[in-house]
Design a protein around this ligand. Sequence first.
Ligand code: NAG
Ligand code: NAG
Ligand code: NAG
Ligand code: NAG
Ligand code: NAG
Ligand code: MN
Length: 667
Amino acid sequence: MGLRFQQLKKLWLLYLFLLFFAFFMFAISINLYVASIQTADSELRHPKPPPKRRSLWPHKSIVAHYIGKGDIFGNMTADDYNINQFKPVPGEGADGRPVVVPPRDRFRMQRFFRLNSFNLLASDRIPLNRTLKDYRTPECRDKKYDSGLPSTSVIIVFHNEAWSVLLRTITSVINRSPRHLLKEIILVDDASERSYLKRQLESYIRVLTVPTRIYRMKKRSGLVPARLLGAEHARGDVLTFLDAHCECSRGWLEPLLARIKEARNVVICPVIDIISDDNFSYTKTFENHWGGFNWQLSFRWFSSERKRQTTEITAKDSTAPIATPGMAGGLFAIDRNYFYEMGSYDSNMRVWGGENVEMSFRIWQCGGRVEISPCSHVGHVFRSSTPYTFPGGMSEVLTDNLARAATVWMDDWQYFVMLYTSGLSLSVKDKVNVTERVALREKLQCKSFAWYLENIWPEHFFPAPDRFFGKIIWLDGETECAQAYSKHMKNLPGRALSREWQRAFEEIESKSEEFMSLIDLERDKCLRPLKEVAPRSSLQPVTVGDCTSHAQTMDMFVITPKGQIMTNDNICLAYRPPKQGVIKLLKNRNATTSNVMLTQCAGDASQLWNYDMDTQQISHRDTKLCLTLKAATNARLQKQEKVVLCMQCDFKDITQKWGFIPLPWRL
Ligand SMILES: *[C@@H]1O[C@H](CO)[C@@H](O)[C@H](O)[C@H]1NC(C)=O
Ligand SMILES: *[C@@H]1O[C@H](CO)[C@@H](O)[C@H](O)[C@H]1NC(C)=O
Ligand SMILES: *[C@@H]1O[C@H](CO)[C@@H](O)[C@H](O)[C@H]1NC(C)=O
Ligand SMILES: *[C@@H]1O[C@H](CO)[C@@H](O)[C@H](O)[C@H]1NC(C)=O
Ligand SMILES: *[C@@H]1O[C@H](CO)[C@@H](O)[C@H](O)[C@H]1NC(C)=O
Ligand SMILES: [Mn+2]
């Protein structure tokens, strides 16, 4: 009897195990599938700021198609789109905690993710008034604001937004803003199709404690026309623009309004915290982030230390706003009259994108300021792809908008953007009519783009008249171009007198056409990252590759007169010895680990380089080690590959010789 029982028990265990295993495999395959259908594309346009704990940039790895291309979730029906399934569970997501959707709903969860490119089922479980922590620093919490702050209209544009997400945005605005400062909430519907956003929404907002009105675009027009419509009806002293998928945290509004009261020419942005698209957890980000744009004018966050430039407040005050060369665009506050004095928005910008570039340049160049207040925290749902239609085609619209911003505001640099952004070219200029905006620039007597770069963004990584821009070519001594280059450099009179970069730039510039005409794209090799992917987060070893001109491969460099070698996205060439075996590396010419990396620019001594025109060596200024091309063993792949290292200089060593081939960047 005992024996039979034992056997039965074993069988049961086996059965249970198999059941679990089957379920587990199913869950995995679904996860892989969903990961495969989410494109990484729009991360480019809407980058997340790094979270508070300094991890590297969040990088979603995209798994290749695993189950095949068929859609296992079936097609969405009209009901799927139009029925509001908001079912709050008390306490769910409290204090910004993540939501775990129960296993029985996992399939529906995956199915409905596509609707908004975020986890709708998770959001639908969170009450509209969920609690958040207080994300402010103690200094910010203690700050007292005077009683006479201006009032604001909060303007929220939405298009097919999920009910729970939109209403949680509105609820957080109402619950966490002092009532007397909040004049009204203005919703602008950019031609949504979902039926719950019609009558149901209208009757919902009627009973809110803050006057809330809704305006609707007749046809899909995009962010700029919709925001302009909202602003037109606003009556508050200040316009505060928010996305429709935000949550304002405690004390978010006062610092913004106080700053505008202090200086009405400031466009002020909150710190943008991260609401997970997956589980709706709220993660605080670093306060000292600031923004800029890369060579293709995509918005980027940077975290290097920046002086707090506000005049009224001392640099020591950790509650003082940080001046930022660029704004992300979704969330900011501006004095209502100032908004119009400064030309509001370029109303010819369509759908979405580029308007933040235009506004950043315009405000700074025409006498205003763009700042981030470290005391104001607003969460935003960052998505890895956009779920919405993009009338006119996403890349066409975006490049047209960028071309408008570049043509009006960037002076000489507009050609650089058009030459090195895919989808743009000089001919785009003929397509855009910016007469009105150019007249605005004249009327406001705005400063030049050169002034903006020098004064507002001195750390920038764009080319400039006193910088080199082009390729760094490895002079293997064989190709025609390499020989001509070496010959020219060797025979310079007085060459040894100066190793100033400025002199090298002039020399190179004077012969640029000759070198360019001799360059052999097949045989000449140029400095570039070891991997083709842009090394935005981590350290990236360096090698040489074909000098084929291509905008995205990061084999183009800007060199400053100070000796920084920079490339797109604020990446710099740095000497980074491995922690162990440094001494060995210096002595041993057969180094196996690269000690030269591309990494975030910091402007410190590890990123400063010298050039000797006579020997054509590039050396690290502090250690006096020379850039050398060597075959090294990749420990992971167990294969030999060519890597650029820093080694003892030897003027006879052909693998240490480098040249500079300038590329055009302005007319
Ligand atoms: C989904 O829709 C497409 C066309 O829109 C159709 O070809 C396909 O058969 C549909 N699939 C299912 C499972 O209904
Ligand atoms: C949220 O609202 C519900 C009623 O709608 C109320 O019972 C609950 O106490 C509120 N929660 C908080 C944290 O204010
Ligand atoms: C929620 O999402 C965030 C970011 O996407 C992630 O870091 C966190 O681990 C998730 N939490 C849970 C419980 O899944
Ligand atoms: C550009 O637009 C202005 C008005 O905004 C118009 O007067 C002008 O004719 C347009 N130019 C061209 C070339 O279409
Ligand atoms: C370095 O490499 C050369 C050949 O490439 C070899 O002859 C020499 O022994 C190596 N030296 C050391 C210290 O490994
Ligand atoms: Mn957004």
